[in-house]
Write a protein that binds this ligand. Structure first.
Ligand code: ADP
Ligand code: MG
Length: 330
């Protein structure tokens, strides 16, 4: 399989802010590739560079066989884009919006007309073709934007947070469209998301990005295997600052997370949990919550960064995290 996207050591500074700090990855033709990371990780910046809207500070990117800096026009012809922040004309109808877009890409006459109807049908908006967009819901707008991104039969479709702010049912619909685009139209898809379920459900391969750097990459399965079989979280009556002095068999790693919970990674949680109770009792600590599960992508993120992807999502810009306290293996 050839590479649809080749990115090497991409850097982008906005003044003092290092939004990308040396990002490299490859996307294979025909795959769905997800960039997963919290708010401010650098996802939109990456998409804007790959779609020729933004110049990198350093590094290179080849998209659909063309250099984004030297052959921007060729790149633009071969890609479709669905932006995080919608860009459409509210007073025009669905049909008119797609018409304008098709014209820009050189489609005309009956071919253009046929293509608009096909695309509206694909996203189930054919009944609304003559309605102005100001009467559309957020989900309908997203669907129309996907149709617009596909109008000129791109080789690669870029989707920046395709389901952000949508209700659960609409999200499922959008996921169906994305899978169908890959299956039926053989289009490479590059999407960004801060939703783990989205990345896990859709992506053939995922890069996890945090603070402008890729911290892990692989299939959803291989990423989860990174951390092992079972992960246990123990919450104490009062958050821990230091690792308690105890020995628990069958475990590879213990550590304290930023929120004061204890993370334990083990081959077999059912053997380890009774031991935890024993040890904790000896130390006079109080457990208020203990749970274990097979690792999810969120657990991979917690393991790699010491914090929860969902929590960091809630943090606004400018809030710094406590330094992760790492402990050596025992
Ligand atoms: N135009 C800009 N000017 C200054 N800082 C920016 C600009 N765009 C993004 N940033 C900063 O760059 C970092 C990455 O932003 P962005 O690429 O939008 O992340 P994401 O899409 O993953 O949320 C953030 O710290 C953000 O505040
Ligand atoms: Mg973004």
């Amino acid at each position: 399989m050839s590479d649809a996207i080749i990115v090497e050591d991409l850097k982008k500074n906005y003044g003092d802010v290092e939004a990308l700090r040396g990002v490299s990855f490859r996307v294979k033709s025909g795959e769905i590739f997800a960039f997963l990371g919290p708010n401010g990780a650098g996802k939109t910046t990456t998409i804007h560079i790959l779609t020729t809207l933004l110049r990198p500070t350093a590094g290179s990117a080849i998209v659909a066989g063309h250099d984004v800096l030297k052959e921007a026009k060729e790149v633009r012809r071969k890609i479709g884009i669905v932006f995080q922040d919608p860009t459409y004309d509210r007073d025009l109808t669905a049909y008119e919006n797609l018409y304008l877009h098709g014209k820009i890409y050189g489609l005309k006459g009956s071919e253009l007309h046929k293509r608009i109807l096909e695309m509206l049908k694909f996203v189930e908006l054919d009944k609304f073709k003559d309605k102005p967009l100001k009467t559309f819901s957020g989900g309908m707008i997203r669907r129309l934007e996907i149709a617009r991104g596909l109008m000129h039969l791109p080789e690669i479709l870029f989707l920046d947070e395709p389901t952000i702010g949508l209700d659960p049912q609409t999200r499922v619909k959008i996921w169906d469209y994305i899978r169908e685009i890959k299956r039926e139209h053989d289009i490479t898809i590059f999407l960004t998301t801060h939703y783990m379920d989205e990345a896990e459900l859709l992506a053939d391969r995922i890069s996890i990005i945090d603070h402008g750097k890729i911290i892990a990459e692989g299939t959803p399965e291989s990423l989860k295997r990174l951390i092992g079989n079972d992960v246990i979280y123990v919450k104490f009556g009062k958050p821990l600052n230091d690792l308690p002095d105890f020995e628990i068999p069958f475990t590879k790693t213990y550590r304290i997370l930023e929120d004061g919970r204890l993370e334990i990674i083990t081959k077999d949680a059912s053997k380890v949990i009774p031991k935890i109770f024993e040890e904790v009792q000896k130390l006079g600590l109080k457990i208020v919550e203990i749970n274990y599960k097979k690792p999810s992508l969120n657990d991979v993120f917690i393991h790699l960064t010491g914090r929860d992807l969902r929590d960091s999502e809630k943090q606004s810009n400018g809030v710094t995290f406590h330094m992760l306290r790492r402990f050596p293996r025992r």
